[in-house]
Design a protein around this ligand. Structure first.
Ligand SMILES: Cc1cc2nc3c(=O)[nH]c(=O)nc-3n(C[C@H](O)[C@H](O)[C@H](O)COP(=O)(O)O)c2cc1C
Length: 649
C-alpha cells in the first residue's frame, strides 16, 4: 500500500527503542488516581485505547517525584505504597501490548503545587516550594527550596525513573516546561536565586541538568529520555526563543528527544494549549528553530490534528516527532487512520476545551466529539444488538446523527428524518465562523459514518405522530433540537434583524455597524467573528457578565477576544429594536441607544417541547436526546445519542 503520509508513518529510533511512527500521545492528566496515589482502572483504560489507536508512544501523565514538596497530581510511584508498582506496571503493560511504547512523565509542580486539585481549599494549605522566596499572583506564599531539598528532589527523580523502568515504561518524559518546577528554575521570571542555581543561563539550567543526570544514571545509557520544555515562555520577564535554543543546547547531551512545547500553564494557557482562536500548529516554529541548533531529534506540539500539516512538518524537517493531546481525545484512532490512508474518517478536535474544563471542575474526562472518553473501561466496543430492530431517529443534529450511526453499527435498521434540506442542526450555523469551522465539519463526518453504516437519511421529512404510526418503528429517538428564543420585543421582527442561527445564510446583509443582542456563548462568538471581519461591533447583555455558561477554560480566552473586538454593554436590558440599534435600559434605569444598523439576535434557545410531547409514547422504546430534552451542549447531545443507541436491545 502506498502511504499518503510516508514521513508521518515512518518509524524512529530513540536510544535503542524503535517507535512505529512519528505520532506520539501527549500527557493528558490522570483522573481516577486512587487515594494512595496509584493509577486507577479508568486511567489505565484511557491510555490503553490511545495505544490501540496506533500512537507510537503513549505518555502516562505527571507522576510526582517528590510528594513531600509537591502536590500536582496526587499520582506517585513509590514501592512503599501497596499497589503503586503493580498499578504502574498494569498501565505500562496495557500500552505496550498494543505495540506502542509506554512513556511516563516525571514532574514536580514546584510553586504551583495543587493547581489541578478540584478542592482549592486543600491546594491553599499545601506548602509551595520554588526556586525563590516569593508570593504568587494569587497571594499564596512560596518558599525557596534549600540546596539539601533540591538534592533530595534530584535523587527522587532518579529513584522514580528506576521504578518506572522496572514497571515496564520504555521512555521517560522529564517535564521541564509549562511553568512547573524545572521550568521555574530555567526562567528568569521565577528564579531569583543568587547561588549557583540562579542568575546566568548556565546556572538556571543546573537543576535541570542534575535531574537529567540522575535519571540517566538510573536508567542507563540506552534508555530513551525526553526533555519537555517551553521553547519560549511568552510572558514578560520570562525567557524567549533565543534562550530557549540555548536551554535546548545545554540539555541536549543528556537526552534522546527534545520536546518543544510553549508558554506557561498559569499565564499563557491559550498558547500552551492553542485555542480555537489561534492557527493550528502555532508553536511549530519554536521546534523548527530549535532543531536548527541541536543534533538530537526534536518533537513539536500544539493544536495539531491535520495529517497533511503533520506530514509536512516531518517531511520538511521542522521536527522529527509530532505530539498530540486533544486530537487523540477526539479520535484515539487518528494514528491508525493515518497509517491506513483513512484520514477522511478522522474526527477532528474542536478545541472547545470541554476536556480540560471537565478535569478542572470534576477531575473526570469529557470530550464533545467522543462520548467514550474517560469511560473506556465501561467498554469501547459497539457490540451488535441481539435482535435487529427498526429504529427511527427524528432530527439530524449532532446527537441524532450520532445515535443513528451507533444504532446502525449495532445492526439495527435505521431511518433518520431531518426536516431541513441538510443534516447538522444547529451546527450548520458554525460554518460562517472560521474558528468554529471544525464544529460544522463534525456533522458531515458523523453523517458519512452514518451513511456508511447503512442509515437511510430522509431529508425534508418532519416526524409527526402519524409518521411514526405509519413507520411503526421498534424504537424512536427524538432529537428534534431547539429553536431560537424570540421574546416579544418590539422591532425584533424587523428587516435589519438576523437570528444568530441564520447568520450563515444572511451574512451578506450585515452592515458595517452591528449590534449583537444577547451575550451568551453564541452571541459572544458571533460578535468576536464580526469584529475579526472588521465590523464595528456592540454587544448588549441584560446580565452582569457574558457567557456565564461557557466552560471555565474556553471562557477566559473568549473574553480576551471580546476585549479585542467588541464594545460590551452588560446590565443593559433591550427594550426595542430600531433601524439604528437597540434602545436599552441601562443599570441606572436610563434609556440609551446601543447603535448598530444590523441587529444579530442571540437571545438563547428553547427545547422543541411541543414536538417532543407529540411523539412521546408513539413507539415501544422512546428516548429524548440533546436540546430536545434540555437545552445544553453538543457534548451532551452526542453523549445521550450514543447511549440511546446502545440501550436499544
Ligand atoms: C485534558 C488535558 C490534560 C493535560 N494534562 C497534562 C499533564 O498532565 N502534563 C502535561 O505535561 N501536559 C498536560 N496537558 C498538555 C498537553 O500535553 C499538550 O501539551 C497540550 O494539550 C497541547 O497539545 P494539543 O494542542 O495537541 O492538545 C494536558 C492537556 C489536556 C488537553
Amino acid at each position: 500500500m502506498e502511504q499518503k503520509f510516508p514521513h508521518l508513518c515512518s518509524p524512529i529510533t530513540l536510544g535503542r527503542t524503535t517507535f512505529r511512527n512519528r505520532m506520539f500521545s501527549a500527557p493528558m492528566g490522570g483522573t481516577d488516581i486512587t487515594n494512595d496515589g496509584c493509577i486507577g482502572p479508568k486511567s489505565r483504560a484511557f491510555y490503553e485505547l490511545r495505544a490501540k489507536g496506533g500512537a507510537a508512544a503513549v505518555t502516562v501523565s505527571e507522576c510526582m517525584v517528590h510528594p513531600e514538596t509537591d502536590g500536582s497530581h496526587a499520582y506517585h510511584l513509590d514501592e512503599s505504597i501497596l499497589n503503586s508498582l503493580a498499578c504502574a506496571t498494569y498501565a505500562a503493560d496495557a500500552i505496550s501490548r498494543h505495540g506502542a511504547v509506554a512513556s511516563l512523565e516525571l514532574s514536580h509542580s514546584g510553586m504551583f503545587a495543587g493547581t489541578y486539585m478540584t478542592d482549592k481549599k486543600k491546594q491553599k494549605n499545601l506548602s509551595q516550594w520554588g526556586p525563590s522566596d516569593t508570593t504568587r499572583w494569587d497571594g499564596v506564599p512560596v518558599k525557596a527550596l534549600t540546596k539539601e531539598m533540591m538534592a533530595e528532589i534530584v535523587e527522587a527523580y532518579g529513584h522514580v525513573a528506576g521504578l518506572a523502568k522496572r514497571a515496564g515504561f520504555e521512555l521517560l518524559m522529564i517535564h521541564g516546561g509549562h511553568g512547573w518546577l524545572i521550568n521555574q528554575f530555567l526562567s528568569p521570571l521565577f528564579n531569583h536565586r543568587t547561588d549557583e542555581y540562579g542568575g546566568s543561563l548556565e546556572n538556571r539550567c543546573r537543576f535541570a541538568i542534575e535531574v537529567l543526570k540522575s535519571v540517566r544514571e538510573a536508567v542507563g545509557p540506552y534508555f530513551p529520555v525526553e526533555f519537555r520544555m517551553s521553547g519560549a515562555e511568552f510572558v514578560e520577564g520570562g525567557y524567549d526563543l533565543e534562550e530557549g535554543i540555548r536551554i535546548a543546547q545545554m540539555v541536549e547531551p543528556y537526552v534522546d528527544l527534545i520536546h518543544v512545547s510553549a508558554g506557561t500553564y498559569q499565564k499563557t494557557f491559550g498558547i500552551t494549549h492553542p485555542s480555537m482562536f489561534t492557527e493550528h500548529g502555532r508553536n511549530v516554529f519554536l521546534a523548527e528553530e530549535i532543531k536548527k541548533h541541536v543534533s538530537k531529534p526534536v518533537a513539536t506540539i500544539g493544536g495539531l490534528n491535520d495529517p497533511a500539516q503533520m506530514e509536512e512538518i516531518i517531511a520538511s524537517g521542522k521536527a522529527d516527532v509530532v505530539y498530540m493531546g486533544r486530537a487523540l481525545l477526539a479520535d484515539p484512532f487518528l494514528p491508525n487512520k493515518v497509517m491506513a490512508n483513512q484520514d477522511e474518517d478522522i474526527v477532528r478536535c474542536l478545541r472547545c476545551f470541554t476536556c480540560m474544563a471537565e478535569r478542572a471542575s470534576t477531575s473526570t474526562r469529557r470530550c464533545t466529539v467522543n462520548p467514550l472518553i474517560g469511560r473506556e473501561d465501561e467498554g469501547d466496543v459497539v457490540y451488535p444488538a441481539p435482535v435487529k430492530k427498526k429504529v427511527l431517529v427524528a432530527g439530524g443534529g449532532p446527537g441524532g446523527i450520532y445515535a443513528a450511526y451507533i444504532a446502525a453499527k449495532r445492526g439495527h435498521q435505521v431511518i433518520l428524518c431531518e426536516k431541513e434540506a441538510q443534516c447538522g442542526g444547529i451546527l450548520k450555523s458554525e460554518q460562517a465562523l472560521p474558528f468554529k469551522y471544525e464544529m460544522y465539519q463534525l456533522s458531515g463526518t458523523y453523517e458519512r459514518f452514518a451513511r456508511a453504516a447503512g442509515v437511510e437519511i430522509r431529508l425534508h421529512t418532519e416526524v409527526t405522530k402519524e409518521y411514526v404510526e405509519k413507520e411503526a418503528p421498534d424504537a424512536l429517538i427524538i432529537g428534534v433540537g431547539s429553536e431560537p428564543l424570540l421574546p416579544p420585543i418590539p422591532g425584533l421582527d424587523g428587516d435589519n434583524v438576523i437570528i444568530v442561527n441564520n447568520y450563515y445564510l444572511e451574512k451578506d446583509k450585515v452592515q458595517d455597524d452591528v449590534v449583537v443582542f444577547g451575550g451568551g456563548l453564541a452571541g459572544c462568538e458571533c460578535a468576536v467573528h464580526l469584529g475579526m471581519e472588521g465590523k464595528n461591533v456592540h454587544l448588549v447583555e441584560m446580565r452582569g457578565e457574558l457567557a456565564p455558561d461557557a466552560n471555565v477554560r474556553h471562557r477566559p480566552l473568549l473574553m480576551a477576544e471580546i476585549n479585542k473586538y467588541v464594545t460590551v454593554h452588560t446590565n443593559h436590558k433591550g427594550l426595542r429594536v430600531t433601524g439604528d440599534g437597540i434602545i436599552c435600559e441601562d443599570a441606572e434605569g436610563k434609556e440609551v441607544l446601543v447603535p448598530g444598523k444590523t441587529v444579530i439576535c442571540a437571545l438563547g434557545q428553547r427545547s422543541r417541547s411541543k414536538m417532543v410531547d407529540e411523539l412521546l409514547g408513539t413507539a415501544p422504546f422512546v428516548r429524548v436526546i440533546g436540546d430536545a430534552q434540555r437545552v445544553s451542549t453538543i457534548t451532551n447531545a452526542v453523549y445521550l445519542g450514543y447511549h440511546a443507541a446502545m440501550d436499544i436491545e
